[in-house]
Each structure stands twice: as C-alpha cells, then as structure tokens.
Write a protein that binds this ligand. Structure first.
Ligand code: AMP
Length: 422
C-alpha cells in the first residue's frame, strides 16, 4: 500500500466539512470588509522568499521545500503566502496608483518541519493583507476584520498580544544594547541563539528553548528604543484597540519568526487552545514591497492556520452537521422512478437529500442509513405511491409518520430550518 507523503494528509469527512465552513465564513467576512481574494501559484522562485522571509529565518534555513526544476530554475513550494501576494501585486502593477489595496488568500503552504501534533508539512493558511496605508487606523481596521472573523467562528476567549519591533532605522540602537546584554550571559544561550545574535538579534527573543527564555530575564525592551513616529504609532494603536474593545496585552518578546516586520507585530492567543497558545500571527511590513522590487508601499497583515482552526471548531462545536441529514429509500422499480424524480425536484429547490440507488431490502438500506449517520429516512413503496404518501422514519428516535408526497419539500424545509436555528 502506498501512503500519503509524510507530513501530508488527505482531507475528508468531518475535518473537511469544518474547513469548508471556515472558508465560507472567511469569504463572507472578507468581502464584507472590502477585501478581494487573490490566488497565487504554489511554486515561486526561490528569490521571492530569500528576499522577503529573510535568510536568518527557520523557514529559509531548515524548512523549505525547494528544488531545481527540469528547466534549471530554483523553485520553492511556498512556505507562506505574503511574499507571493506581494510578488503578484508588483507583477500586475497593483501599486501603480497609491490607493490602498485589500487582499486575502486561502491555500496550502509547505514547510519541511519536524513532525508533531497539529503541525504538518502541507498545511493551510488564510491570510489578509492591506497595502498602501501606514496609519495605526489601518492596523486597527485589519485587526477588526480578524476579530470579526474569529468571533463569527464562535471563538470568544481571545487575547491580542502586541509589540512594536520599530523600524530598520530605529533597531540598531536596540541591537547594541541587546548584544551587550547577550554577551554578559552568552554561555546560558543555545547554539542557535549564538547564530541569531549575529544574523538577526530579534530572533533571540523568539527562541523557544526554556534555558534561553530564562537567560532573557531583564533584557532591554525594544519599545524603549523606538523612534518618535513608531512610538506614536504604537500608542495610538493601543488607544484604538481599547475603543474597539479588542482585549490586548503587550509582550516585549514578541517578534514573530519572519524578518520583514516593522512596527506592529502581534499574535492572537486563544485559551481554548490550552495554556497561552498562539492561534495566529501577523504585523506591519513596510519595507517588504520595496525589498521585492516594487515601489515603497507599506503593508499590514496576518495569517492563520486552517488546520488548527478546524481542530478547534471540532472541540468547541462538536461534530459538524451532516450536509444531507435525509435519505430517500425506494422499494421496487416503480418507486425507484418516483423517488429519483422526487429527489430531482428537491435538489432543484435546494433541499439536501441523498438517494438510495441500490436495489437492496429495506432492512439493509436502513442499516446503511443508520451507520452513515442519517437522521431521517423517507421510505417509498408501491402501496405508498398508490395512496400518494411516503413513510418518514426518524432514525434517531425510531418513530415514524406518514407524509403526503406533495408536502415533502415543505416538511423537509421546516426540519432543516429548525436544525439551523437550534
Ligand atoms: P506563521 O506563518 O509561521 O506565522 O504561522 C501562522 C499560522 O500558521 C500559525 O499560527 C499556525 O496556526 C499555522 N502553521 C504554521 N506552520 C504550520 C504547520 N507546519 N502545520 C500546521 N499549521 C501551521
């Protein structure tokens, strides 16, 4: 038997139903806030990520699915989508005017990660980006979209964790204070941090190794080194978040794994995920468009993992509802013709129903229906057709009643409506 490639998986059943539900809410929410969808290729030139994500990041260092294609191009299966969206926006001249652009995406990403629960080598992300506006109001608008989306998914116990990582101009002052601090406690940090302090000191703050987190006690705080504009931006954003009732907490160690963030960096924590777990992250990336060869256009955005979100939906809401709770079972050839015609009418009216198309005894058909989790079986035999009725059997309660054939659509609609308002 050939299995799916390690770290990848097939999506089906309940998990996929949650994916689809989340995606439908995402499309509605994004469009309501004026964001349009963009779909970029999975394969990008290596250059797109080298220039954006940053060579010191784990993504570039350890996790890239990259190869030389048959034409000798060095390509990457995208590990994230912001860089690809920026590449596409430059290529299609979205930035020819200075108007703000609001874009969102849904799709698979690839990272060669060490296997652990909830982390895959092919996983899905939803993301939203806004380009062309650098005000704190822009950050707040995009965060409101995020919180509206999460609330619509039924997530309530959320906390926004924020920091400001300043600008490339304001960072050197922090770096020198931080390097001085690091040098004094050098031996207490892991070998990765010794590399990071040279390549990108901010990433030391992000290190997940417990001894490094301890060694960081009393480290210089990046927000104490901000330039005046970044400082104003940060303070104003906090005021806006308060006005919007978005719960937030400052976290001076939050820097995010990617190199391109400027000013605001954030994560959203959900207590539904267990102790202090980050559901997603994002931030401002004012230099990224220019870094990728475009004009000097600011940007802000976030990406959320769909795999984790689907898992969370299952925990919060229980099993997804069957798309088709009803099965129509005909007995005999005449009934089979009548049933397929009736099913066609119901489908046309948008009423979900599944048809038993095998010619099997009623007992077997009902056993299958029970096993597959149907809630209602509509049974149609020759005698019922003569009387213009069918038998509606409630498979959860075991009770049954007789329905007139011309009221089936109406009755099913009423049942479905009740199920959706429960
Ligand atoms: P990042 O792009 O690293 O900021 O990740 C954003 C979100 O994507 C994370 O919060 C996760 O929910 C999700 N994510 C990142 N990597 C993986 C992975 N290997 N498997 C599943 N989800 C992931």
């Amino acid at each position: 038997m050939v299995l799916a490639v390690k770290g990848t998986r097939d999506l089906f059943g309940t998990e996929l139903q949650w994916f689809q539900w989340i995606e439908s809410i995402c499309h509605r929410c994004m469009q309501c806030h004026g964001y349009s969808e963009i779909r970029t290729p999975i394969l990008e030139e290596l250059e797109v990520f080298k220039r954006s994500v940053g060579e010191s990041s784990d993504i570039i260092n350890k996790e890239m699915y990259d190869f030389i294609d048959k034409g000798g191009r060095h390509v990457v299966m995208r590990p994230e989508n912001t860089a690809g969206v920026v590449r596409a926006a430059i290529q299609h001249k979205f930035f020819e005017t200075s108007d703000p652009k609001r874009l969102y995406y849904i799709g698979p990403m690839f990272r060669y990660e060490r296997m652990q629960a909830g982390r895959y080598r092919q996983f899905w992300q939803i993301g939203a980006e806004i380009f062309g506006a650098s005000t704190p109001e822009t950050d707040a608008e995009n965060l409101t979209l995020l919180f509206d989306f999460l609330n619509e998914l039924g997530l309530k116990n959320l906390m926004l964790s924020i920091n400001s990582v300043g600008t490339p101009e304001s960072r050197p002052a922090f770096y020198s204070a931080f390097r001085e601090f690091f040098d004094k406690a050098e031996s207490q940090f892991c070998s990765d941090c010794h590399r990071r302090i040279l390549e990108n000191p901010l990433r030391v703050l992000d290190c997940k190794v417990p001894k490094c987190q301890v060694a960081l006690e009393g480290h210089p705080i990046i927000t104490d080194f901000l330039d005046e504009e970044s400082c104003k931006h940060h303070e104003r954003l906090k005021d806006l978040l308060t006005a919007l009732h978005i719960p937030f907490a400052e976290n001076s160690r939050l820097v995010r794994g990617l190199d391109y963030y400027t000013r605001t960096a954030f994560e959203v924590l959900s207590s539904d995920l267990g102790a202090q777990s980050a559901l997603l992250g994002g931030g401002r990336y004012d230099g990224l468009v220019k870094q990728l060869g475009g004009p000097d256009v600011p940007g802000f955005g976030w990406a959320i993992g769909l795999d984790r979100l689907a898992m969370l939906m299952q925990t919060i809401h229980g099993d997804a509802q069957r798309n088709t709770p009803t099965i129509l079972i005909p007995m005999g050839e005449t009934a089979a013709t009548k049933a397929i015609v009736l099913a066609k009418e119901l489908w046309k009216a948008g009423i979900p129903i599944q048809l038993e198309t095998r010619n099997v005894p009623l007992k077997k058909a009902l056993q299958t229906a029970n096993r597959q989790g149907f809630q209602l079986a509509l049974i149609l035999g020759d005698s019922e057709i003569e009387q213009g009725v069918l038998t509606a059997k409630d498979l959860t309660k075991g009770s049954q009643e007789t329905w007139n054939l011309d009221t089936v659509a109406e009755k099913l609609k009423a049942i479905l409506q009740l199920a959706y308002t429960d």
